[in-house]
Structures are given as C-alpha cells and as structure tokens.
Ligand binder design. Sequence first.
Ligand SMILES: NC(=O)c1ccc[n+]([C@@H]2O[C@H](COP(=O)([O-])OP(=O)(O)OC[C@H]3O[C@@H](n4cnc5c(N)ncnc54)[C@H](O)[C@@H]3O)[C@@H](O)[C@H]2O)c1
Length: 248
Amino acid sequence: MNRIDLEGQHAIVTGGAQGLGFAMAERFVQSGASVTLWDMNAELLETAKEALGAATRTVVVDISDHEAVASAHEKTQADGGSVSILVNSAGIAGPAAPLDAYDISWWKKIIDINVNGTFYVNRAVVPGMKERNYGRIVNIASVAGKEGNPNASAYSASKAAVIGLTKSLGKELAGYDIAVNCITPATAQTRILEQLTPEFIEYMRSKIPRGRFLEVEEAAAMVAWLVSKENSFTTASTFDLSGGRATY
Ligand SMILES: NC(=O)c1ccc[n+]([C@@H]2O[C@H](COP(=O)([O-])OP(=O)(O)OC[C@H]3O[C@@H](n4cnc5c(N)ncnc54)[C@H](O)[C@@H]3O)[C@@H](O)[C@H]2O)c1
C-alpha cells in the first residue's frame, strides 16, 4: 500500500458508518488524519468508531436536513477542530423502476439526500476552508451520473447533479488552496445494493470491462490521494473508477 500523508488533517466523512465512506475513513486514519464520521445510522456509527479507534468521532445527522447539518458542523469543529477534508459519501440508490412508473416520493427522497444533502454539507463546510485558505473536498458521484442506468432515472440524475455541483464549486474556489473533485465509481458490493434487484446488479456488473465489482479499498486509495496536500492543482474534476465502463 502506498503511504499518503494526512498527518494533522481533520476529515468529515458523511455516510462513513459503512461501505465506501467507512473504507475511506479507515484509510484516512491509517494515513494520520483524525476523522469525524457523519451518518444517520447511530448503531452502525458505534461499530465503525470501535473499528477505527477511540480518536474517531461520530455525529448522528440526516444530511437532507440543512439545520441539522449546520449544527453537526458546529459540533464537529467544537469537538475535533477545524475541518480540512470533506468527503460526501452519504447517499441512497432507491428502487429500480421505469421513469413513467417511478414513485414520486422516492424521486424526491433520492434528490433530497443525494443532491440537496451534498449541497447542504458543502455549504456548511466551505466557509471555514475559505477562511483558512485550505481544503480538500471529494463528492461521491457514480458512473450512473455519466452514463445513465436504465430504470434508475432519479439516481442517475442525482449523480449527474453531484458532478455539476463539483465542477461549479471547484471553479468557484480555484483561487484558494482548495480542491473540489468527485469520483464516479462503478458498482461496489456494499449494503446500498440491498435496495436493488439481483437482475439490476447483474446488469451493472456486466457493463464493467474489468469483469468484476470495484473493491471499496480501491476507491479509498484514489480518494486518499485526492484529499492529500499533494493534490494541489487538480480541481473541479471527475475521477473515473468504473473499471473501464465510462468512455469519457
Ligand atoms: N456501492 C456502489 O456500487 C456505488 C457505486 C457508485 C456510487 N456509489 C455512491 O457511493 C456512496 C456510498 O455508497 P455505499 O455503497 O457506501 O452505500 P452504503 O449504503 O453502504 O453507505 C451509505 C451510508 O450513507 C448513510 N446515509 C444514507 N442517507 C443518509 C442521510 N440522509 N444522512 C446521513 N447519512 C445517510 C447510510 O446510513 C449509510 O451508512 C453513495 O453516495 C453512493 O451513491 C456507490
């Protein structure tokens, strides 16, 4: 494993109780950072904290509630100090269904968490990074946001929005030593897949030229570099993690 130096950094990882977010948090801790995990699942947060060690902090928060996000940020800074790294991994897939039969409340929920929630968290954390002229942000989008998965209109649209938000914010903050990038993973075997049918999961696997799913540690390896000081130039960009699926 390459050594990435995150000594002295403090990271917020949303959705960090499990899956991709947890793997990234684990890699950050191994790299010397302190981590505050944000998640709405209190029980899983406790398990994650035990696994990562006593220095890891946790905050139970629903990122789709902007007031709760602002309070979570205040608590995080008060308890763990200023935040230099932000990874937005909290998200949901929602059910698979054709657009003309897509449940409207699910559409709204997916947009509310994946798009609005990602916006609220960025909005809360960015001012401190601007004040200190330092920050590294990674938003977790999806290959679905580039290519569009059939029967996943809400999810695909939400992840395309995350890519657009990242490009906009990255350009806005390019005059600071702040990098804002996103990654577009293909399928990784995490609990988010429980929201989908086996047929849908097999469709996504069949689209990956590597012929296998992404390992969460592979995503963590890319993100660890993206949030390091060494990533001092690239911003407003999209990093592909699709095993060859995405063609741009
Ligand atoms: N696993 C994949 O195949 C895959 C592929 C591409 C992109 N992604 C994206 O990666 C991110 C992480 O996915 P994962 O596979 O680790 O999923 P996961 O279900 O394992 O973890 C997601 C975490 O987010 C939390 N969460 C959900 N809604 C929340 C909310 N409103 N407020 C706070 N926390 C909330 C959940 O409690 C959970 O712990 C998501 O944004 C997902 O869309 C996943």
